[in-house]
Design a protein. Structure first.
Length: 337
């Protein structure tokens, strides 16, 4: 459903000026980019990282990223891993943090099927490329360092680093439980996106099989339970009904038009995809949300001077930092159609 979304969600300020933009002391009712995945030449990425004074560390075996890699390996029909030389390698690069909060980190993966495909396409050695993941960029209950955002911006500005995927997340409130009992209704509500089925796991509902040029996954889950039970965070009771919709947009990294993150967000394809995200949100029952945080993210990644103020010099994602941005005339990027 292209270009028929009933609200002008892209013009600044957002259409939902009367929507509560914060809750429980956090930025809320906002859409933002949570994950960005790029594919880069490993040696180029490594050199950039080391020039910034950052270090590579092995990713702990207990990290959930290993489950994803195991899945990728199992579904690879070509079974190209025939020697230890090309076994998957997972590293992490820790980024600056705010005080005693948990640091964001960059995940770097080598020797998985998608990277072999890219290497073959470019006629390069099998281990030439790596998958680079920037995760946790839209987490209201966690402190995100502005210095970390500045570092991330340096990587995403590289045209040679192809854009693999983006996760767009919308936080909302919903007094209904998210579980297997809601699976049927969720499937009906999300048609036609859900025509191939919905998966229920714990307090999450997934749509992983879609016939869509860019949307590859739709996830709706109980964010309050996740932060409380899995992340062991102390969350205000005001957020007991906190739910999150995440939509993954995936791109062909072998196409010539894939010229990186910046090229994509400045294209009409991004506008079309945002309309689709708005359509999915409506079907999921999210009647209104704001785009202020997304606009703030994109402006900050494009031009770090956006973060050069007292409120956001240390912590990027405070309510005060976002409000200051909204009141500022300094803006490199506007979500407009």
């Amino acid at each position: 459903m292209k270009n028929d979304y009933p609200y002008n969600v892209f013009n600044y300020p957002s259409y939902g000026a009367d929507i509560e933009s914060s809750k429980g002391g956090f930025i809320f009712n906002q859409m933002g980019i949570d994950n960005i995945e790029l594919i880069a030449k490993y040696e180029t990425f490594k050199k950039m990282t080391e020039n910034m004074g950052l270090e590579f560390e092995p990713m702990p075996e207990s990290h959930k990223i290993h489950e994803r890699i195991d899945y990728e390996m199992e579904k690879d029909s070509k079974t190209r891993l025939k020697s230890d030389e090309f076994m998957p390698i997972v590293e992490m690069v820790k980024l600056p943090k705010v005080g005693k909060s948990k640091a964001l980190y960059i995940t770097v993966i080598r020797n998985i099927p998608i990277l072999f495909d890219v290497a073959t396409h470019h006629k390069k050695a099998k281990d030439s490329f790596c998958l680079v993941i920037f995760a946790g960029l839209h987490q209201p209950s966690k402190k995100i360092s502005s210095e970390a955002m500045e570092i991330i911006s340096k990587f995403i500005k590289r045209k040679a680093f192809n854009l693999r995927s983006i996760d767009l997340a919308i936080d909302t409130t919903d007094d209904r439980s998210v579980d297997y009992k809601r699976k049927g209704a969720f499937k009906d509500d999300l048609m036609p996106y859900s025509e191939k089925g919905v998966i229920s796991k714990g307090s999450s509902l997934y749509i992983n099989d879609l016939d869509h040029p860019s949307i590859s996954r739709i996830l709706y889950y109980d964010k309050y339970k996740k932060q409380l039970n899995q992340q062991k965070e102390i969350i205000d009771d005001d957020l007991k009904e906190w739910k999150r919709l995440e939509i993954t947009l995936t791109f062909d990294v072998t196409q010539k038009y894939n010229k990186g993150f910046i090229h994509y967000i400045e294209s009409l394809n991004f506008v079309d995809d945002l309309y689709e995200v708005g359509d999915v949100a409506q079907l999921a029952g999210i009647k209104s949300y704001l785009n202020d945080y997304l606009t703030y993210q994109l402006n900050s990644l494009l031009d770090n001077r956006v973060m050069n103020n007292t409120e956001s010099k240390k912590q990027f994602n405070t309510i005060e930092s976002l409000e200051r941005f909204k009141q500022s005339d300094f803006r490199r990027y506007v979500l407009a159609i």
